[in-house]
Ligand binder design. Structure first.
Ligand SMILES: [Fe+2]
Length: 345
């Protein structure tokens, strides 16, 4: 496995790059905007293809690199379903998986530092975001933080993992790089409390100054979505109502770009075809399934995904590949559901 721990010294943030092999798909956790060029260089050097960028939570101390990485690589951006970010390509809940070729992370909902904090478990290691730090825990005094929830996340979720599970946090300010669940159990001073009330008391009396970047980072991180208006301005977007009128029509084919797990969890538009975003390039180029389907039938290709991000990128790619009928449902399945569009399992 390829595993890189990268550091942003300005914010003390750790970013993790994962891939199962050289030449394969890669995933990045908690990228920092100012370091995006460095990540992309490393991705090139290791001959990887960045396909997913994940944030453990909405950060207050740095601007996320999610939007920039998506714009540069067309990767899928992922956050927890509780996140206040305007649009990410995919949202996960407790127990869901974030998969790329050869790597599968289990999402563990660990609120407390923020109400959208997740940890991600990968076999022998866990990425704990700001929930559990090395000999510390993330502050709980802003962004809907809650020391009670954090106690539960740490003691009833993370501490139940095997003692030798490696702990990779989102931050460190003292130069520590990795710990284990067992080590934190014994040596983390914040975990020496005898009760949940003692923990709440401890966390409520830290009196920490706000992060320097907070007023910039939080609003910026809430607006990471792709500008779907640009695709609409080219005439390549359908409102949910317009898409509903085409649903079942012989002149159009709805194409679902989501992953099977999302389809199982949220349902699909009746009669739609499944062609996952990961295979898009192959499907839209000349000779590819969607390219030939559009050419042979003259039907309009109507892409959709969860929130309209992947489908907007798919429309652009399909149009670039000569599929001139390609369009998408603006706002994705979320907008479709809001408009009471029919769904099937
Ligand atoms: Fe944080």
């Amino acid at each position: 496995m390829i595993f890189r721990q990268l550091f942003d010294s300005t914010s003390g943030t750790y970013t993790y790059l994962l891939a199962s092999r050289r030449g394969g798909e890669a995933l990045i956790i908690d990228p920092v905007l100012e370091r995006v060029e460095r990540y992309l260089q490393l991705v090139r050097e290791l001959d990887l293809r960045l396909v997913k960028a994940v944030d453990t939570h909405l950060h207050a101390d740095h601007v996320t690199g999610l939007g920039a990485l998506r714009d540069r690589t067309h990767c899928v951006t992922v956050m927890g379903e509780q996140s206040n970010a305007d649009v990410v390509s995919m949202r996960v809940g407790d127990g869901d998986r974030i998969a790329i070729e050869g790597v599968s992370l289990e999402a563990i909902y660990t609120p407390g530092h923020t109400d959208d904090s997740y940890s991600f478990l990968l076999a022998d290691r866990v990425f704990t975001g700001d929930t559990l730090l090395i000999r510390g825990t993330g502050r709980t005094d802003f962004q809907n933080g809650d020391p009670r929830a954090q106690y539960d996340s740490i003691f009833n979720k993370l501490m139940k993992l095997p003692d030798d599970t490696l702990v990779f946090p989102a931050h460190d300010y003292k130069g520590e790089t990795v710990s284990t669940i067992g080590e934190e159990k014994f040596f983390n001073p914040r975990l020496k409390v005898k009760s949940i009330d003692e923990y709440v008391d401890l966390m409520n009396n830290l009196h920490l100054p706000n992060p320097k970047m907070m007023d910039v980072a939080v609003p910026a991180n809430m607006h990471v979505g792709l500008r779907q208006a640009d695709i609409a301005a080219k005439g390549w977007a359908l409102s949910p109502a317009a898409a509903m009128a085409l649903c079942g029509s012989p002149s159009a084919i709805m194409v679902d770009l989501r992953e099977q797990s999302e389809r199982d969890k949220h349902g699909v538009i009746p009669g739609s075809l499944h062609a996952a975003y990961a295979d898009l390039e192959e499907n839209v180029r000349a000779g590819g399934l969607l390219h030939e389907l559009a050419a042979a039938t003259g039907k309009r290709i109507v892409f959709y995904c969860a929130y309209g991000e992947r489908s907007a990128m798919a429309v652009q790619a399909a149009q670039d590949a000569g599929v001139t009928s390609a369009c998408h449902i603006e706002g994705g399945l979320a907008a479709w559901k809001n408009a009471n569009g029919p769904l099937t399992r």
